[in-house]
Structures are given as structure tokens and as C-alpha cells.
Design a protein around this ligand. Structure first.
Ligand SMILES: [Zn+2]
Length: 314
């Protein structure tokens, strides 16, 4: 059995795991990310790899990095939540661990994990949409990860869906992730509670009467208790999510859309509406096979599994 190591490097934690050819994680560990110090990030990755490699034969290491990764899958050009600027991560980590290393964008790695071993098994054309605080994404076409010309494709969350809309962390206005994410859910719920407190009784009670103290778990809990404002916030998010999925279908014609990320933990509150709105507005509806919508299966470990599998091809 050939083993490889996948490392998922986020803004707050580094997850690493030894993965076998069938996508099974045979050992894993977690470390806090020293986000402000690029040298320490590389060292922490190398220490994690060293620890996991102890007593095992490892073929290669795949790094899923939360940032823009160049077309040679070597350099992280920029990372919004880490100290990486033109960071030669592949070379640095390879030098420290003495194994072949590949770097991939973390959302791409996650999508690849789901495509190979999760909800996307057997499907050659799929888009993975990770709905968390923002929206991440990965595109698999013809059985391969689609990375774009410069490695920067599949930034799905930054499709601009509302002209002059809400300000996004990327600097533009009206990006999809400002309307169809965990953050959007909270913004929507706060706005409704502010404008129409009578509809947000449960929600405001949880937040001590202050709309700006409403957070994501409160919106979920209040929706389960049928708070009208919380339900309206989920409904708005579901419609925006469905619209974006229809746009992706119009461009890419996938057979499957995989939805993951933190917000999918409460999928029972929105998945039916997403499926209905998606089907109702799909371009060419009635004259084309309809892409399936499935929930991701691997959970937070998908990035580790995907990165390890990408490394296996080295
Ligand atoms: Zn944006």
C-alpha cells in the first residue's frame, strides 16, 4: 500500500494526515497555524510531516494552502489570512522534509478529495461549492482538476452577483459569498431583526435584544424553533445559492454539484429550497439532464485527503 501525506493549511489550524490509496486516513494530527510568520508555517508543516512519517514509508506530500497558488503548483502568490507573499512553499517544505511536494489551493484540494473518495465518486464533471464563512470552490472537468491558466481558477465566491452590492473582503462589491454564505446568513438575519423586530422574537431573545449580537449558531437554532426572521434569512441564502449554482451550470454543464462547508451542517434547513429554485431557474430546463445536487461526505478532512491524493500522482 502506497501512503502519502496531505496537509491542509488554514488561517487558524494546520491539519495533516497519512492517507492510503483508497482515501482512508490512517493517522492524523492538528497544529495551530503560526499565521503571522511564513518561516514558522513551513517549519510547522515539516514537523507535522516528520511526526506522521515516523515508522512509515511515505511517497510524497501534498499541501492544500488557503491562498492563490501559481500554475506550477509551487508558489503561494498571496494569502488573505496568512503571511504568504510570493512564498516558495513547495521548495521550502521539500527542503525540510526530503520528499516530493506539491502545493494546491485548499478549496481545490477539498474538491479533489470529494471527487475521488466522497460525494463525487464516479462523476467526471463536477463542481464542489464549500459554503462556510465565505464560499470556496473547486472544479473537476473530464476527471481532472481545472485550475485555469495561472492556477487561480474556481474562485467561485467572488462572482459578482449584485451590482453595487455588499462590500466583499476581496475589495469588490456584490460578490456571491456576501449573499450565500454563513456570513450572509447573519447579515440577513440582523437586517430583518433591525427592520422588523416583531418577526425576530426568538432570535432577539437569544441575542439579548441586540441585533448586532446575532451569530450563525443563533440563526440556525432560531430557524429550528420557527423564528420567522431566521427562516427568512435561510430562505434568502438558499435562493442566492441556487442562483449561483444555475450560473455554474450554464457555464460548465457539470453532472454534479457537491455542497460542503460549515453551513451544510444545517442543510436540512435549506437544501430542499436550493434544489427547487435551482431546478426552476436552470437555463435550458426541460431540455437537458439536470445536474444532481449532493452534500459533501468527507467533512473537514476532505482537504487532507485531496492534497494527499494529488501528491500521489507526483
Ligand atoms: Zn469578493
Amino acid at each position: 500500500m502506497v501512503l502519502s501525506i496531505g496537509v491542509d493549511i488554514g488561517g487558524t489550524k494546520i491539519a495533516a494526515g497519512v492517507v492510503d490509496e483508497d482515501g482512508r486516513v490512517v493517522a492524523h494530527l492538528l497544529r495551530p497555524t503560526p499565521a503571522g510568520d511564513a518561516e514558522r508555517v513551513a517549519e510547522t508543516i515539516a514537523e507535522a510531516v516528520g511526526e506522521l512519517a515516523e515508522g512509515r514509508v511515505i511517497g510524497a506530500v501534498g499541501l492544500g494552502a488557503a491562498g492563490f497558488v501559481d500554475e506550477t503548483r509551487s508558489v503561494v502568490r498571496f494569502a488573505p489570512n496568512l503571511a504568504w507573499r510570493e512564498e516558495p512553499l513547495r521548495e521550502k517544505v521539500a527542503g525540510l522534509v526530503g520528499l516530493p511536494v506539491v502545493v494546491e489551493n485548499d478549496a481545490n484540494a477539498m474538491a479533489w478529495g470529494e471527487a475521488r473518495f466522497g460525494a463525487g465518486r464516479g462523476e467526471t464533471h463536477l463542481v464542489c461549492v464549500t459554503v462556510g464563512t465565505g464560499i470556496g470552490g473547486g472544479i473537476v472537468m473530464g476527471g481532472s482538476l481545472y485550475r485555469g491558466r495561472w492556477g487561480m481558477g474556481a474562485e467561485l465566491g467572488h462572482m459578482q452577483v449584485v451590482p453595487e452590492g455588499r462590500l466583499c473582503g476581496c475589495g469588490n462589491l456584490g460578490c456571491w459569498e456576501q449573499y450565500a454564505s454563513g456570513k450572509a446568513l447573519v447579515v440577513e438575519a440582523r437586517q430583518i431583526a433591525e427592520a422588523d423586530p416583531g418577526r425576530a422574537g426568538t432570535l432577539l431573545e437569544m441575542a439579548g435584544g441586540a441585533p448586532d449580537r446575532i451569530d450563525g449558531p443563533m440563526v440556525t437554532e432560531a430557524a429550528r424553533r420557527k423564528d420567522p426572521a431566521a427562516l427568512a434569512a435561510f430562505s434568502a441564502m438558499a435562493d442566492w445559492l441556487a442562483q449561483g449554482l444555475d450560473d455554474l451550470v450554464a457555464v460548465l454543464d457539470p453532472g454534479l454539484l457537491v455542497l460542503g462547508g460549515g453551513v451544510s451542517d444545517a442543510a436540512d434547513l435549506w437544501i430542499d429550497q436550493v434544489r427547487e429554485t435551482f431546478a426552476r431557474n436552470m437555463t435550458g430546463r426541460g431540455h437537458r439532464p439536470q445536474a444532481d445536487i449532493r452534500l459533501a461526505e468527507l467533512g473537514p478532512i476532505a482537504g487532507v485527503v485531496g492534497a494527499a491524493d494529488l501528491a500521489r500522482a507526483l
